[in-house]
Design a protein. Structure first.
Length: 406
């Protein structure tokens, strides 16, 4: 069964059949988990557990709205669920771990992701005037913070800056200029110039962590943050830069273990603290492969229209993490890995529904990092396991009676 899932047909876009049979049941399961305290449980595991649980749930639904006809039930439910998630993020609990003293208030992680969700909702429906007011005010605050900072990367927590959070925030300003009268072009151009001058010298990619004051690199590029950066770079509009970053990343961070494709936390030949088994950013590592980065890369490769990479990554996820469907009343649910990795399921739902909101990506021929025969080692290992299980049964000595007769 697991091996057959490696051949699961995958449409290029989120179509009606995929929604009904795959994504909606998965989101039904996630909503049920959220209603039963999942976000609070995830908060105990890492600092953004509560926030990401609701934020990515809301973004998954607004992705669905964008890809659905306005008269469809999916479009309407997508807006409703996204607004529900937004309410949780704007609550005291949603911002409790973030510092109000930062610029912008509560830091660029909180302001960036929060306002991205707001902007995505507004791109589909601008009838909520309170939401529109908050979005516009926070866009102004984000732009002002970038203008007042020497480094292109703002603080997410006091004294700590992760470039991926600033990339999300800059995508917010780009989204503003698509929905409303453009006003942040200069801010985005100056920011991109600074980013290109401060790339990680080891990889040529945007770094993982920097000094918020000087922009000096503290930790070079890592898979978990780079995959998020790649997802949002096209939204900012410099497609040549986005393409180059994507090509560099796939060549340096893609790997296969016994044929199974995945994304490394560090490129081959480089060792970092997360190689010791993983940390709060990477999650558990298997032969250097990050499950978190691999999941996010499904969405990133999807928006770059690199289906030769997306499909194997997604098919492997379907094969290894044993998705199961079940019903409660008339509602269908789908969960992965027996429900032991709920935050992973939220990231996966967001990745599978990913779509660009600002700029469309022109299909491009990418370097083929995975061979057509990638499934063969998986089948060989599966066959070996079957043989090892059956051998003791086939060659088991026959039982004898008390007299020693067979």
């Amino acid at each position: 069964m697991c091996n057959t899932r490696l051949y699961t047909p995958l449409p290029d876009n989120v179509d009606d059949n995929k929604l009904k049979n795959d994504i909606i049941p998965q989101l039904n399961h996630i909503r049920n988990e959220l209603d039963n305290g999942m976000a609070d449980d995830m908060q105990k595991l890492f600092p953004e557990g509560y926030f990401f649980s609701y934020c990515l749930y809301g973004l998954s639904w607004i992705n669905i709205s964008k890809q659905s006809a306005h008269e469809s039930e999916y479009y309407r439910r997508g807006l409703w669920e996204a607004l529900f998630a937004l309410q949780q993020l704007e609550s005291g609990k949603g911002r409790q771990v973030f510092s109000k003293s930062l610029e912008p208030a509560y830091g660029i992680f909180y302001k960036g992701w929060l306002n991205w969700l707001r902007g995505c909702i507004l791109s589909e429906n601008r009838l909520n005037k309170d939401l529109e007011r908050d979005f516009l005010l926070d866009c102004t605050a984000i732009a002002r913070a970038f203008e007042n900072n020497n480094s292109p990367y703002l603080e997410s927590y006091p004294g700590r800056a992760w470039p991926c959070d600033s990339v999300v925030a800059m995508a917010v300003l780009s989204l503003h200029d698509r929905i409303y009268t453009p006003k942040y072009g200069t801010v985005m151009t100056e920011w991109l110039d600074k980013v290109k001058k401060s790339l990680d010298s080891e990889t040529g990619l945007v770094a993982h962590e920097t000094s918020p004051a000087s922009g000096k690199i503290i930790h070079g590029a890592r898979g978990t943050s780079a995959t998020l950066i790649l997802r949002f770079l096209p939204e900012i509009g410099d497609m040549d830069f986005a393409w180059k970053q994507y090509e560099l990343f796939t060549q340096k961070y893609f790997s296969q273990v016994a044929g199974i494709p995945g994304i490394l936390e560090y490129p081959v030949g480089m060792v970092g603290i997360a190689e010791q088994g993983g940390d709060v950013d990477s999650g558990p590592l298997l032969f250097g492969i990050s499950m978190s980065a691999t999941g996010v890369m499904i969405g990133s490769s999807q928006v770059y229209k690199d289906y030769e990479l997306r499909n194997p990554l997604l098919q492997t996820t379907e094969g290894l993490f044993y998705p199961a469907k079940f019903k409660k009343g008339n509602i269908e649910f789908k969960q992965y890995a027996f429900g032991v990795m709920p935050i992973g399921e939220v990231f996966l739902a967001w990745a599978k529904t990913s779509v660009l909101f600002v700029h469309d990506m022109v299909p491009k021929k990418y370097s083929n990092v995975i061979s057509d025969s990638w499934r063969i080692p998986v089948h060989c290992i599966s066959l070996l396991i079957v043989v090892l299980v059956l051998l003791p049964i086939l060659f088991k000595s026959p039982k004898k009676d008390c007299a020693g007769n067979p």
